[in-house]
Design a binder for this molecule. Structure first.
Ligand code: GL2
Length: 815
């Protein structure tokens, strides 16, 4: 696939081979033939990374700079995507073929940087791609974790967490920038100074940490723009160490300072459960915020110092947007003020206004446990000067909150930053932002109506919706090569730059030859996935089965448990009714559970136990199969999405802010089986009721059920001992215990929490919906039509569209 106006990277396959072989020799001092596949991959990636870096023109324009602050960037493998963006994938493929190693084999060698938990981190990566594609000056600011989120292995059905040493063999895309390192200060005390009328504060003592950036070039589609993702690493600011300890031979003590500092960028925290209040996490948050802002202000001052003179800082928001991805960078507001007031001598009010004009905030969740809070004592001890700004902003906020506002005390209790001895990061984020957005229509509605309702009443103009999007180039163009080619043959390549052009596929929905090719592409993707699953797990999948997929983080609200209940129900029905013959289906799961999230880990064990029972039982295993694919990552996701027939999006309504695997799967032609939750609602609007299967309670019904307080989940168990009750009994009666025991804790969770996640409540409507959908698969023509229709309508979910909206409404940039 070629793009217009691309810089010439390789003239032809011969030119590519020459450059590639030279790169092999320059890096490894060996010829191409002497290298193994990994080394060849490494040389190829280095060659492409060098070209991406060279394509970057620094300071090329005066247009606004967007800084996207995110603790997570789940960038995934870059090589194949950059070949697509450079427009040289075909040349490189041909050249690799001629050299004797297929490109796919080299691409498969790339390590997956585990620098994110899930959707939020992947969204940040898609946004980086889209900003570069649209020519926006988009700078990513994040952390370079030495170890990514753990590598998941399965032993005896259980998730086992292994160290994810993703940097072990080097990361050819990054460049360490020693000269751009900055110092970040923790602890110590605030000292007041006075000179006549003027007084000021400094933070003395404490711990000084050197933040060293590693830059990754972000190559836009068509290679017209190269941006930078800057990832910070923590190192001791000086080589000082405890000399006395060293001299007396206590090397561990002597080096402790170094290891304490390095710990800051050592690991990525799982975001799901019980990880709040950890000092190390607060340090990570402050480090990347402070280092990022120091750099931004230095660059801005250099560029605009002369132009604006004394008014320099008042113009910051005209040239710089700082976007905060969730509450993790919430300290951007007070830190920007601190630098402006303490180091640039800007007055307090001006500094606050500048901060607010510059900063915007995206909320990604309504789960109460995910709304960050820190004990004031911990916060003040670690960041004493920063805390003074927060305290003063909070004081002024309370002062200016109109006393005649209805329910004043309640409004204050919901919106103040400091409350109950805690610093509330969501409130800090809102108070410092000129824009607050949710990530789907439904989610933004919930923010306005409940999570941030009091803020919304006070400042409705702050709030807006930006429905999430995904990189269609990666998740369709790279991930699904056969289908992508079919699409290109039918409608040309324009959709890669402009995803709306996918709508041109509508005229092919019913076209028998297009459908036939679509089926072939799907079969190829299913075989590719089946092979991968067999190699990873030993589970054999028949590609003529329906592939029914649920891949995402494990969390109670996402209800993988409901999916397992459905599988057990099918199993039981096949065994007890010889006339019952469901559409043969392979149920595929993948995803990680946070290390400390016991319930989610038990659900993983349950899936593997059900897989063991079902796959090994000849009475059922030609009708249902179950596979758990370990270590879900961007790379394996790219194998799973194109092979999916049914996309399971079954969170209880009102819980999933948006979801993004729903979009990736729809774009690849999977039919969604989902609740009316998150972005499923918008998928439904776009494809129409006939091309999606919606089931279960709606948000209003969930709210009403919870408000009424008269739902007794166990009545459902008692009233149906034949189907639902049987499944629950099987959790503890030995049916599933063969692999590693029964599942008492899951049963207890359902009864003790009174089915908080409405697994029992939505069970019947879910299994009925699945039955109908699986039956519909039999009409191949109608199914394929619906599948192609899903792709045709998916252009809206390109992150290019999302980023255009951010640019227009929040950052005020033309794109
Ligand atoms: C999430 C939401 O849970 C998810 O619904 C949403 O699609 C993404 C991106 O907006 O953000 N919030 C969150 O903390 N994680 C998510 O995936 N990890």
């Amino acid at each position: 696939m070629n793009t217009d106006n691309k810089p010439q990277v390789f003239k032809d396959a011969t030119d590519f081979k020459t450059q590639f072989c030279e790169e092999c020799e320059s890096i490894f001092s060996k010829t191409y033939d002497e290298l193994n596949d990994f080394e060849r991959y490494y040389a190829l990636a280095s060659l492409i990374a060098g070209k991406a870096r060279n394509a970057k023109v620094d300071g090329e324009n005066d247009e606004k700079q967007v800084y996207y602050f995110s603790l997570e960037f789940l960038i995934g493998p870059l090589l194949d995507n950059y070949l697509l963006n450079f427009g040289v994938r075909d040349i490189v493929k041909a050249g690799c073929e001629q050299l004797g190693t297929p490109l796919e084999e080299l691409v498969a060698c790339e390590a997956d940087p585990g620098l994110g938990n899930g959707g939020l981190g992947r969204l940040a990566a898609c946004f980086m791609d889209s900003m570069a594609a649209l020519g926006i000056n988009g700078n990513g600011n994040g952390m370079r974790y030495r170890y990514g989120l753990f590598r998941q292995e399965i032993e005896g059905g259980r998730q086992v967490e292994m160290v994810d040493n993703w940097l072990e063999h080097g990361f050819p895309w990054e460049t360490r920038k020693n000269e751009s390192a900055v110092v970040v200060q923790f602890g110590g005390q605030v000292v007041r100074h006075q000179d006549g009328e003027r007084f000021w504060f400094t933070q003395e003592g404490g711990e000084k940490v050197k933040a060293v950036p590693y830059d990754v070039p972000i190559l836009g589609y068509g290679a017209k723009k190269v941006n930078t993702l800057r990832l910070w690493s923590a190192e001791p600011a000086t080589e000082d160490f405890d000399l006395d300890a060293f001299n007396s031979g206590d090397y561990a003590k002597a080096m402790k300072f170094r290891s304490d500092v390095e710990a800051i960028s050592q690991i990525l925290y799982p975001n799901d459960a019980g990880e709040h209040g950890r000092v190390l996490r607060l340090k990570q948050e402050y480090l990347f915020v402070s280092a990022g802002l120091q750099t931004i202000l230095r660059t801005y001052e250099k560029k605009f110092g002369k132009r604006y003179g004394e008014k320099l800082w008042e113009h910051l928001g005209d040239h710089v947007s700082v976007h905060t991805n969730d509450t993790h960078p919430a300290m951007c507001g007070p830190e920007l003020m601190r630098i402006l007031v303490d180091e640039k001598r800007v007055d307090f009010d001006t500094a606050f206004n500048v901060a607010r004009k510059t900063i915007s905030y995206t909320n990604h969740t309504v789960m109460p446990e995910a709304l960050e809070k820190w004990p004031i004592e911990v916060f003040r001890h670690l960041l004493p000067r920063l805390y003074m700004f927060i305290e003063e902003i909070d004081r002024r906020y309370r002062d200016t909150l109109p006393h005649d506002v209805e329910g004043w005390a309640n409004v204050l209790s919901k919106t103040a930053i400091l409350w109950d001895g805690q610093v509330r990061m969501a409130n800090l984020s809102v108070i410092f932002a000129h824009s607050v957005n949710g990530v789907s229509e439904l989610h933004t509605g919930i923010l306005k109506a409940s999570t941030l309702h009091e803020f919304y009443e006070l400042r409705p103009d702050l709030f807006n919706n930006k429905t999430n999007g995904i990189s269609h180039r990666r998740f369709l163009g790279n991930a699904n090569p056969k289908y992508a080619k079919l699409i290109c043959d039918a409608i040309g390549e324009g959709w890669l730059a402009d995803a709306n052009q996918l709508s041109q596929l509508e005229k092919y929905e019913d076209d028998p030859s297009f459908q036939e090719e679509f089926e072939k592409a799907r079969r190829w993707s299913k075989e590719r996935l089946a092979k991968y699953i067999f190699e990873a797990t030993g589970t054999q999948l028949d590609t003529s089965m329906v592939f029914d997929v649920q891949v995402k983080r494990f969390h109670a609200y996402k209800r993988q448990l409901l999916n397992v209940f459905k599988i057990l129900d099918l199993y039981n029905r096949i065994l007890s009714d010889s006339s019952f013959s469901p559409r043969p289906t392979a149920f595929i799961f993948s995803g990680k559970a946070a290390q400390s999230y016991t319930f989610a880990k038990e659900v993983i064990r349950l899936i593997n136990s059900v897989a063991e029972v079902v796959n090994g039982d000849p009475r059922v295993n030609d009708k249902i199969r179950v596979a758990f694919v370990p270590n879900f990552a961007v790379s394996s996701a790219q194998l799973i999405y194109p092979a999916t027939d049914i996309s399971e999006q079954i969170s209880w309504a009102g819980s999933e802010a948006s979801g993004t695997s729903n979009m990736k799967l729809m774009m690849n032609g999977a039919i969604t089986l989902g609740t009316y939750d998150g972005a499923n609602v918008e998928i439904c609007d776009l494809v129409g009721q006939d091309n999606i299967k919606i089931f279960g309670l709606r948000t209003e019904e969930v709210d009403a059920l919870r408000a009424a307080g008269n739902y007794w989940a166990w009545d459902l168990y008692n009233n149906d001992r034949i189907r639902l009750g049987r499944i629950i009994d099987e959790l503890t009666d030995g049916t599933l215990a063969h692999l590693s025991g029964n599942f008492e804790s899951i049963r207890d969770e359902l009864s003790i929490s009174n089915d908080h996640d409405l697994v029992l409540k939505d069970f019947y409507s879910y299994v009925d919906a699945w039955d109908e959908l699986a039956q519909a698969y039999g009409d191949r023509r109608a199914w394929n039509k619906a599948a192609i229709h899903n792709t045709a309508r998916s252009g809206y979910f390109s992150s290019d569209r999302t980023i255009r909206e951010y640019a227009r409404d929040i950052w005020h940039i033309d794109a």
